[in-house]
Design a protein around this ligand. Structure first.
Ligand code: PLP
Ligand code: COI
Length: 338
């Protein structure tokens, strides 16, 4: 295992040994290979650089008690990357190529998957770039599919400690824009709102629906859920949020493991008193309890500023237990890579 302070890894780039690169040219993807060089050389007129013709994914590899390594629902990331590619007129990466790349990257960087119990995981970052010369606004002729990885700890400082968020004045996505796909442009636009939120002492901002600005959509890097006072798991339904794989998993776990009613619907920003708990969820974020949300100058506190509510805690334990192989996950959720 690599020599890192495994209990204190943050969410920053740490160079690992191998990354996978495949090239799309003349209508076909190459087989791809592992390489050592962590730099990408691009033509100066690459559409990825000028017009944001690029998309990406994020998934994690988890070290289990028996030392084996799990990937969590990687086919879902493969399918979502295909949707992102289609939205930006990029050639979809075949699911098999995606899975092969992720598997090889984790296997060849096995020493960077933190020890069981440390809380550290190996974050796997696939990306597709439109490359080659192109000056007018047109899709690229050639593409690169790259998968690299880095050991990570919690994305939001404090992990399972409640974090406060502020409602942004900005929109993250347009009603029929690119919010539902994982493309870099969505994130470039969220840098300023996130900076402003952090300057005010918040972990990040909450975006409202761009059409009416009355309903919670998601935060910059994670989806949102809340538990109503009647015990219903509610998570926003919207065409402009990223369909989170973590949230899809929590919807299943809330129903099947916690026996909760689940509603994918509206969470009105003016009706937060209906909820006893709230959280954000994502691959990087895992689950972070939402302590409070600030809106129009007032902080609405959900369960507590100090600790997670009981349902959020149970969802976290169930999800993380499955990811690290301590609990039996539904069929097809876990791919063993080692
Ligand atoms: N929403 C946004 C904007 C994200 O960037 C992410 C991270 O991938 C998520 C939600 C969570 O999605 P997932 O659970 O698939 O990681
Ligand atoms: C993820 O959770 O995988 C993400 O892509 C969020 C990212 C902004 C770190």
């Amino acid at each position: 295992m690599a020599n890192l302070d495994w209990n204190n890894v943050g969410f920053e780039y740490i160079q690992t040994d191998f990354r996978f690169v495949a090239h799309y040219k003349d209508g076909a993807w190459s087989a791809g290979e592992l390489v050592k060089d962590n730099h990408v050389v691009l033509h100066e007129a690459s559409p990825a650089l000028h017009y944001g013709q690029q998309c990406f994914e994020g998934l994690k590899a988890y070290r289990c008690k028996d030392n084996s390594i799990n990937l969590f629902r990687p086919e879902e990331n493969a399918k979502r990357l295909q949707k992102s590619c289609q939205r930006l007129l990029m050639p979809p990466v075949p699911v098999d190529l995606f899975l092969k790349a992720c598997t090889q990257v984790v296997q060849s960087n096995e020493k960077w998957v933190g020890p069981y119990g440390s809380g550290a995981t190996l974050y796997v970052r696939p990306l597709v770039l439109g490359v080659g010369k192109g000056l007018g606004l047109q899709p690229a002729q050639e593409y690169l599919f790259i998968v690299f990885c880095a050991p990570v700890g919690p994305y939001f400082k404090g992990g399972m400690c409640p974090a406060n968020f502020v409602v942004s004045e900005f929109d993250r996505a347009a009603p029929s824009g690119t919010g539902a796909v994982k493309v870099g442009g969505n994130y470039a636009g969220s840098l300023l709102p996130a900076k402003l939120a952090k300057e005010q002492g918040f972990s990040d901002c909450v975006y409202l629906d761009p059409a009416t600005r009355t309903k919670i959509e998601e935060v910059g890097a994670a989806n949102f859920f809340a538990i109503s006072k009647k015990g219903v798991f509610v998570t926003p339904a919207s065409p402009s949020i990223l369909p989170s794989i973590t949230r899809m998993s929590l919807v299943h776990l809330a129903k099947e493991h916690l026996g909760l009613e689940v509603v994918e619907g509206d969470v009105f920003i003016n009706a937060l008193e209906e909820y006893s708990e709230a959280g954000v969820c994502g691959t990087a974020a895992v689950i972070v309890p939402v302590g409070g949300i600030s809106y129009q100058g007032k902080l609405h506190v959900f369960y507590s500023q100090e600790q997670a509510g009981p349902i959020t805690k149970k969802l976290y334990e169930t999800l993380v237990g499955m990811q690290f192989g301590d609990l039996q996950a539904p069929q097809g959720w876990i791919t063993k890579v080692s």
